[in-house]
Design a protein around this ligand. Structure first.
Ligand code: GLV
Ligand code: MN
Ligand code: MN
Length: 417
């Protein structure tokens, strides 16, 4: 390994990285060691401010774009070169853990600081990005910040999206932008030379095999829908059951039919209904309206296309007495990462003598959208028992630091090409 790379790797500080995770985890802390830091909430703003407080003492430049993605840049020697980027997200699931997303941001910051402390010169700038609303738990769909940044989704199409309380994204976003102290403005669609995202695995493979580093080769396909069932409210005590247009009963029939559609003896299909809003949501009124979400995933392009295309007909066939509206909200085909970046991450793990394996990602990440615009890859580290989207999510300080070291090596290689 080159001397400047070795120097930077030696400056990755496991304790600093761990302490920052624990400090971040206080923002939106919930019982059971978890975190609830919804996108564009006051907790999101507090996390942004904490991140920027750590950045302030460095000679980095900070900018923000129209959807609130935050960019923290260490200059390169070639002022015309596009940045090599790294990052992830700071928002969490409603009952999320202390590592999903925030690890990729803090590992990126750790790499940036280690490189700065080593005084390494790079041709390209190296830039940390904290993507807005990756989780989609409050404002659906997920990976919104990177989708808007890369031009995959126009921001105006998303501004009317509402959370469960009826708050519009445009209002929550405006508050977040006003409260986040970013000195520079970043245009959407700015070019990137490469992107590497570091993340906990969110599955059990690495831990099970005693490997420290996952070299991520791609991400499985994902489609989201909102299904609405429209019935008629009526008195629960007086209206004969067979005379009703019960939107919840019909929604349940639709969900059961979708479970049949997605039944898979190979165990590869992932199908989830995770959100349901019932109106009027009263024990003694027949439900007049139900909205439920559909999340279906598969690594094979033909299978995810077939399953996604079958969602609406399956729902329509199952719902007999009510009317139905099916709105697709996300359509991400499976993505394969750039072999040059995958190889670069693998070489970094080898050089650091860390046990590693190649693996696909079951979860979605902002890397999926970045892969459409620049050479992209990801680094996984183990998490305890593979538990994620759960308060009990846990990871070892030494594994988090190992991932940050691999990232440091890979960034320095990519930024000097
Ligand atoms: C991201 O959290 C996903 O849904 O995969
Ligand atoms: Mn994540
Ligand atoms: Mn997540």
């Amino acid at each position: 390994m080159r001397e400047d790379i070795q120097d930077a790797v030696g400056r990755v500080d496991q304790q600093r990285l761990w302490d920052r995770h624990m400090e971040m985890a206080r923002i939106g802390a919930i019982p059971g060691n978890g975190v609830n830091r919804a996108a564009f909430s006051k907790e999101d703003v507090a996390a942004r401010k904490l991140l920027l407080s750590w950045v302030r003492r460095r000679n980095f430049t900070v900018a923000m774009d129209a959807i609130g993605n935050l960019f923290i840049r260490r200059a390169g020697a070639d002022s015309r070169a596009a940045p090599v980027m790294t990052g992830s997200h700071m928002d969490s699931q409603p009952r999320g853990g202390r590592f999903d997303g925030i690890y990729g941001v803090l590992a990126g910051l750790e790499a940036l600081e280690a490189i700065e402390e080593a005084g390494a010169t790079t041709r390209h700038p190296i830039e940390l990005v904290a993507w807005s609303n990756e989780e989609g738990g409050r404002f659906a769909p997920c990976t919104m910040g990177s989708a808007v940044y890369t031009g995959a989704k126009p921001l105006p199409d998303l501004l009317e999206v509402r959370d469960n309380e009826g708050v519009a994204l445009k209002d929550a976003l405006a508050q977040t932008l006003a409260a986040t102290p970013a000195p520079g403005k970043r245009e959407l669609n700015a070019p990137a030379a490469a992107y590497i995202e570091t993340h906990i695995e969110q599955g059990p493979l690495l831990e099970h095999e005693g490997k420290t580093i996952g070299i991520v080769t791609g991400i499985q396909g994902l489609r989201w829908f909102n299904v609405e069932v429209f019935g008629e409210t009526a008195h629960a005590g007086t209206t004969p059951v067979e005379a009703r247009k019960d939107a919840l009963r019909e929604a349940i029939a639709a969900i059961n039919a979708l479970h049949e559609l997605t039944r898979d003896s190979a165990g590869t299909v992932r199908f989830t209904v995770g959100r349901m809003l019932v109106t009027p949501n009263s024990p003694n009124s027949v439900p007049s309206h139900v909205l439920f979400s559909v999340d279906v995933r598969h690594p094979d392009p033909a299978t995810i296309a077939r399953l996604g295309d079958a969602i609406e007909p399956t729902v329509r066939n199952a719902v007999k007495r009510c009317s139905v509206k099916v709105t697709p909200t996300l359509h991400d085909d499976p993505c394969a990462f750039d072999p040059k970046v995958v190889d670069c991450v693998e070489r970094a793990a080898q050089a650091l003598k860390l046990p590693h394996r190649r693996m696909p990602s079951g979860a979605s990440h902002d890397a999926m959208y970045m892969a459409r615009v620049c050479p992209t890859g990801m680094i996984f580290v183990p998490c305890e028992k593979g538990i994620s989207h759960n308060e009990a999510e846990n990871a070892k300080p030494e594994d988090l630091a190992a991932g940050a070291r691999v990232l440091t090596v890979a960034l320095l290689e990519l930024a000097n090409r």
